[in-house]
Design a protein around this ligand. Structure first.
Ligand SMILES: C[S@@+](CC[C@H](N)C(=O)[O-])C[C@H]1O[C@@H](n2cnc3c(N)ncnc32)[C@H](O)[C@@H]1O
Length: 247
């Protein structure tokens, strides 16, 4: 990004340009309507309400191109960093209808760790964050030190590396994913989870947030992951799907 594009003057010039173009295309009143809708809409990348309460740094967006991942093939199968809104994670966990004390919660692609803190509001056996970017992992480590507020009810562990290399923990699991990978890696992850789950009966739940077509397609190719629930939540802003591994 060059400096001029970040100055307020450049921002307003740009806005004026887009506004005039839009008026030319769809007229003044429609432009005003869309502008108002945009101004009033929820902007997840600008939501720092969790950080203001807890003294952490979990906000903002880090595009894939800025993720510190050396291997290009892995990098372009990694999705950008954007924290889940806390109320979405809370809603998902409440809806699982489980006793958290029986489960380990793993967030694949945990980034700066917001979903981990929200999960740790519940007494899970343990909460684990798995993040490929060393920079984001370090931010999450600092957040563990900075966090203030109600005492957390689970221990949080952070693991830095490719989720494909992280051994599946023992016992009943909630494997949270906020659209972390491209379809190739997601397919490999599902295969890995199934292989490492073993024969012993146990519950493996996969709440998948931002459940778009391409992710759904990968789950359809792995029918042992049975779709239990699929819905929009929190003012219809977020689609999530709950899968359960039933081998
Ligand atoms: C949309 S963010 C999710 C953030 C967090 N889970 C939350 O809900 O707040 C996706 C994250 O997945 C990470 N990621 C992508 N590919 C990964 C991989 N193969 N292994 C581990 N983390 C990965 C990215 O670096 C990014 O931080």
């Amino acid at each position: 990004m060059n400096e001029s594009s970040t100055t307020p003057t450049a921002g307003w010039k740009n806005f004026g340009h887009v506004f005039r173009e839009s008026v030319g295309l769809i007229g003044f009143w429609m432009t005003l309507r869309y502008l108002l809708i945009w101004l009033l809409s929820y902007k997840p990348f600008a939501d720092n309400s969790f950080d203001r309460r807890h003294g952490t740094d979990t906000s903002g967006l880090v595009p894939t191109r800025d993720l510190d991942i050396d291997d290009d093939a892995t990098k372009w199968q990694s999705n950008l960093y954007l924290g889940s809104p806390a109320r979405v994670t809370r809603y998902i966990i409440d809806t699982l209808d489980i006793d958290p004390a029986d489960f380990t919660f793993v967030d694949y692609g945990s980034g700066k760790g917001r979903a981990l803190f929200v999960a740790a509001e519940q007494p899970f056996k343990k909460v684990v964050g798995v993040e490929i970017s060393a920079q984001l992992h370090r931010v999450a480590e600092n957040n563990l030190i900075r966090y203030v507020g109600e005492p957390l009810r689970s221990d949080i562990e952070l693991w830095c590396g490719n989720a494909l290399d992280y051994p599946l923990p023992e016992g009943d699991l909630v494997l949270h994913m906020y659209h972390p990978f491209g379809p190739d890696v997601l397919g490999l992850m599902l295969q890995k989870i199934k292989t490492e789950a073993g024969e012993k009966p146990r519950r493996i739940l996969v709440p998948y947030l931002f459940s778009i077509g391409v992710a759904k397609m990968v789950f359809r190719e792995h029918p042992d992951f049975v779709r239990v629930r699929d819905e929009l939540c929190v003012n219809n802003l977020y689609r999530w799907t709950l899968y359960e591994l039933r081998a």
